[in-house]
Each structure stands twice: as structure tokens, then as C-alpha cells.
Design a protein around this ligand. Structure first.
Ligand code: PNS
Length: 163
């Protein structure tokens, strides 16, 4: 059985993430979404919230599960016997950021990373930008799953963010 791990901060999960997860599931028997810690980011949502929101976002996709991975990603990937790590790439900056991580993970554990190009409809949707829009009361409902939109409204206490 082929297993892929899709790691990320998922702070929060977006429709772009969900599209990559769905497409990865077309390539692997099982896809595990790993909510991990990016040491260079200060997340808005707790790990438990991010797991809960991601799980709600993928609940209709068979063969996909969501876990929190608090430690080194490759330790988890190795422990579950995954074939590969999968990451979505939206723009050139993503490739620049992801390539060192992919090479490091291969260096550490011989794990390969596959890059899936984001669907152009989602290329502008980044968690950080979505949070910025929501923070200022802008509309995010067509960029994130409904539970995420609600969580963003609650986080910023900004009813206008639902529009
Ligand atoms: O969505 P992000 O922030 O680009 O995801 C980065 C993430 C969380 C996948 C990366 O920082 C990570 O793998 N963190 C877990 C700790 C780890 O294994 N670090 C070394 C590998 S880069």
C-alpha cells in the first residue's frame, strides 16, 4: 500500500491545500496530512485547532487522515512507512522555500518529496494572506473551507469576514 505524507503548518488549511490533498490521493492509496511545527512561524491556531479544521476539510475524501506531528517530520514519515512526502507548489517562491526542506528530508532519511503544481485557480491562496484578509474583515469564504472561514471570524471577532 502506498502512503504519502503531506506536511505543513496548515494555519489554517485552505482550498488550495485541499485540492493538492485530493490530487495526491489519486496517486497514493493513503494520504496522511501532517500538521507540523514550522519554527519560523507563529501560528494563529493551536495544533489541535489546525488538526480539527484540516480533518473537517478532508472528511469527504476517502483514504485521507490528519495527524499532529510535533517532532521531526522524517521520523514520522519513516515510522508510518510512507513512500513519499508531497507538497503543493503555487509560485516560484514556494519552490525556493520547499527545495531545501525536500533535500534535507532526503539527506536525513532518504525520503523523496514530490511537488504538485497548484491549480492556477488557487495559486494566490496562501494561509498567511487569507489570515490578513480575515484580520481586516475581508471576505475569505471562497478561499477556505466553511469551518475555517467561521474559525477565522471567531479568531478575529470580525463578522464582516464572513461576507
Ligand atoms: O506549511 P509550511 O509552514 O511551509 O510547512 C513547513 C513544515 C511544517 C512542513 C516544516 O517546517 C517541517 O517539516 N516541520 C517539522 C520539523 C522538521 O522536521 N523540520 C525539518 C525539516 S524541514
Amino acid at each position: 500500500m502506498s502512503i504519502a505524507v503531506i506536511p505543513g503548518s496548515f494555519d489554517p488549511i485552505t482550498l488550495g491545500h485541499v485540492d493538492v490533498i485530493r490530487r495526491a490521493r489519486g496517486l497514493f492509496d493513503t494520504v496522511i496530512v501532517a500538521v507540523a511545527r514550522n519554527a519560523s512561524k507563529s501560528p494563529l491556531f493551536s495544533p489541535a485547532q489546525r488538526v480539527e479544521l484540516a480533518a473537517a476539510a478532508v472528511q469527504d475524501i476517502d483514504g485521507v487522515s490528519v495527524v499532529e506531528v510535533p517532532g521531526l517530520l522524517v521520523d514520522y514519515v519513516t515510522a508510518v512507512g510512507a513512500t513519499a512526502i508531497v507538497k503543493g507548489i503555487r509560485i516560484g517562491a514556494d519552490l525556493e522555500a520547499e527545495t531545501p526542506m525536500a533535500l534535507l528530508n532526503r539527506h536525513l532519511a532518504g525520503i523523496e518529496t514530490l511537488f504538485l503544481p497548484a491549480d492556477p485557480r488557487h495559486a494566490h491562496i496562501a494561509s498567511s494572506l487569507v489570515k490578513d484578509v480575515a484580520r481586516h474583515g475581508g471576505p475569505v469564504a471562497d478561499m477556505v473551507p466553511a469551518p475555517v472561514a467561521a474559525a477565522l471570524v471567531a479568531a478575529f471577532d470580525h463578522p464582516g469576514a464572513q461576507a
